[in-house]
Design a protein around this ligand. Sequence first.
Ligand code: FUL
Length: 694
Amino acid sequence: MKRCLFIGIIFTLSLFEFGCKKVDGPAPFGPVPTENQMRWQEMEYYAFIHFSLNTYTDQSWGYGNEDVGLFNPTELDARQWARICKEAGMKGIIVTAKHHCGFCLWPSKYTEYSVKNAPWKNGKGDVIRELADACKEYGLKLGIYLSPWDRNSADYGKPEYITYFRNQLTELLTNYGDIFEVWYDGANGGTGWYGGANENRKIDRTTYYDWKNTYKLVRKLQPNIVIWNDGGDRADLRWVGTEGGWVGETNWSLLNATGDVPFDMLHYGVENGDSWVPAEVNTSIRPEWFYHPGEDSKVKTLPQLMDTYYNSVGRNGTFLLNFPIMPNGLIHPNDEKAALDLAAAVKEAFADNLAKNAKAEASNSRGNSQKFGASKAIDETTDSFWATDDEVKTASLTIDFGKPTTFNRFMAQEYIRQGQRVKAFSIEALVDGNWKEIAKATTIGYKRILRFPTVTATQIRFSITDSKACPVISNIGVYNAPQILTAPTIIRNQAGEVTIIPADTESEIYYTLDGSEPTSSSIKYINPVQTGDGKVEVKAIAFDPASGKSSAVTGEQFDISRKDWKIIGIQDEKAYRILDGNLSTAWRHGNETKLPVDLVIDLGKELTLSEFKYYPEQNSWQPSTITNYEFYISMDGKNWKKTSEGEFSNIKNNPLWQTKKFDRVNARFIKFRALKNTEDNNNIGYAEFHLITD
Ligand code: FUL
């Protein structure tokens, strides 16, 4: 009897073993992320803080000689920054400990150009300490931006500066607890104060900083850190080649360890790259990085921020959103509202995963095993996955909702610990018994979110149509995100006529001309509106009659009309695109033109001027962006007086409106002289040129 029982047990055990034969998971394919990169990728969304002496001088880049006495943020409250970031769903904050001007937000032992000589807290303050404490309190991680370029340091350009830079880095990475990311901005403009030398210093970015040894130091001091560098020297993370808030739709988390990295590689990564260097999308909540009071009404709208979310987190990147700090030391309420509105909209869009309780079936599952079956992709965890047999590189997974279900978003995640694999996929929906393709895309990576017009279907099919190796999918989500109306664009042409351009064809447009907030009871926009010759403020909304929802308000303040202005010395009629109010039309001097080149305008009558504004042509293939200028005025078009000269500091990475104020002056003619462009060639173009009059 005993013997029988024994044989029975052996038999059952071997059957069990036979039925559940051990199926191995897929082996890693190509480069894979480190644990530090994994932790960082899972943060998804975190903040940038730009705060320095620029905050007090209305500049983008300080020259290095700005007075330390200006730094007096009397209401500084790093807990306000941390609270807002936390409530906005962010996981950390990276702060400009030192920007290009060299001013340090912490009392560095190695320079006098820091908070220790500022009036703020009688020189006893330390912004980094206050922020580190606030981050701890709010459960956020802290990151450090330390500009390698230092326009204050007398040693910049010499070997001594590298020691100085590393000493500062050591202070920051030793005294403020755990640092999750360090940021080395690649800007090296050349000119600076440099301890009074006031000169142009050029360094060789490939050798001067000796990054290899700096990275070693960083990793020794903070073993869990990730290092950002803008492409020159490969680190843990890469810049995406734009500050506009997007990474390529195709986005490989790979680059090659050596060789040049042109902009398109930064946008898209390198399919067969030999190193894991994932993308971080950095952009500001306003047009500029530092605070400028003139941008209080230019805070990005919800649809703009939502687009950035989809174009970063939704495209296998992380999202680094900047808050400029005001001179009083706080985040502006408009910026706070925009960030909280975004958080609410993201939460709402992804609140209900319609795939969660559905039935999932795959065309192939590894070794036919449940362990790697379709259900693992809809269990909402990232540590289990659906994978196919090694030789299977195309496969589909069908989700059956069991009833007609309405949706407009699809989310997929690869289990990237085993490498990034998928090259192409499509989404189909079963509508009234017929399969219909609703979206098609390329890479997935850590996370990919697709947006498409709302559809009602009983099933959805996710087909991987091309993959480097067997697909390994950790998560799939299907959602029905509410519609968000995009605010319209307002332009005023040379003759003073205002055109309001809606972002979609269904919504109605309402506007005001008296500065009041528009509602659906304001004037309905049908055709362009003649607003005369004077200054005018136009505000407009898009309104959806079906839902009763309105977009955010677009507001534009236009100066006097430019109907009498004449461009002198340029025969091409198309040059008037510079004055047509439309940011997407531009004019450029011919290639044969040698710098400097002038844009001369006859204003038709004498005007009192106090500011000019230049908007560069948006042509990233053949840039024509001016970086250095002179601005002259004249009464007769013959005798000229220079009233302003300088640089458009960050225009290469952020090619938006450039505003230059000068002392009020009367003029009939102006001359805007281009001295240099971003590429060091002769291409000079303009999308718009405006003047501010009294
Ligand atoms: C750029 C800098 O030059 C800007 O001022 C800003 O700090 C941005 C994040 O990086 O390259």
